[in-house]
Design a protein around this ligand. Structure first.
Ligand code: ADP
Ligand code: MG
Ligand code: MG
Length: 211
């Protein structure tokens, strides 16, 4: 059985902040095409604030650390993605309350809660051209791999492959939720910014668990 430690969760959050900072302009360009050109700015602001606050909660359990991240994202990201990512981390945090490390089963529960949080908050379906198009297939792939006996690092590899395919699947889609849906058919032909930031977040988790 593989375990994800609290230290790895903290490293993951640092890695997310870094990759979002590095891709701030890219995410904003994607949002310029079908939204209001602020997704990279929103996500970078939120995660920079989240990691700035990590030292004050780093001695707490994984649940409380992720809850603190959630509260920071809700209060600093803004737009549609702030409440969505905030709820994602909030739902996930409640599933790992009191834990100092996460087993394969904990990871299944944790990742499923991220999907449940986004769906609860945003009411999107797969195919609506949102972050859910990356997240839902990734979590399904993770669960399938664990059920087949894979370790968390192995299952995360499958999850990130599915996440990448899900992210790219948004290119031809017509947006049904959020700002991009105002464009109707004209939203087709562009990769969804939220689906892209979700890919970076999952890829950072894989990279952290593999190091
Ligand atoms: P805003 O559109 O308010 O400027 P952002 O640009 O930060 O917010 O985030 C836009 C992203 O939010 C979209 O690319 C999409 O992935 C995601 N999104 C918008 N509405 C929903 C929803 N109802 N459910 C899931 N994701 C959504
Ligand atoms: Mg936007
Ligand atoms: Mg906006």
């Amino acid at each position: 059985e593989s375990m994800v430690s609290k230290e790895q969760i903290l490293q993951w959050l640092q890695a997310v902040a870094l990759v979002l900072e590095q891709n701030k302009d890219y995410l904003t360009q994607l949002d310029a095409a079908i939204g209001d050109a602020d997704h990279g700015i929103n996500m970078n602001r939120g995660f920079q604030k989240a990691i700035a606050q990590l030292p004050s909660v780093a001695d707490q359990d994984i649940g409380n650390i992720l809850k603190a991240v959630s509260m920071t994202l809700i209060s600093t990201v803004g737009g549609a993605s702030g409440p969505l990512y905030g709820t994602l981390f909030l739902r996930a945090s409640t599933m790992v309350t009191g834990k100092q490390e996460l087993s394969d089963e904990d990871m299944v529960t944790f990742l499923q809660a991220t999907v449940d949080g986004v769906v609860q908050r945003g009411k999107a379906h797969v195919g609506d051209k949102t972050m859910l198009d990356t997240l839902a297939p990734a979590v399904d792939a993770f669960k399938d791999a664990i059920a087949e006996g894979a370790s968390t690092p192995e299952a995360l590899q499958k999850a990130v492959s599915a996440a990448e395919a899900g992210m790219k699947s948004t290119i031809p889609l017509v947006a049904k939720k959020g700002r991009a849906s105002y464009l109707g058919e004209r939203s087709s032909g562009h990769q969804d910014p939220g689906a892209t930031s979700t890919y970076f977040i999952l890829k950072a988790l894989l990279d952290t668990v593999n190091t």
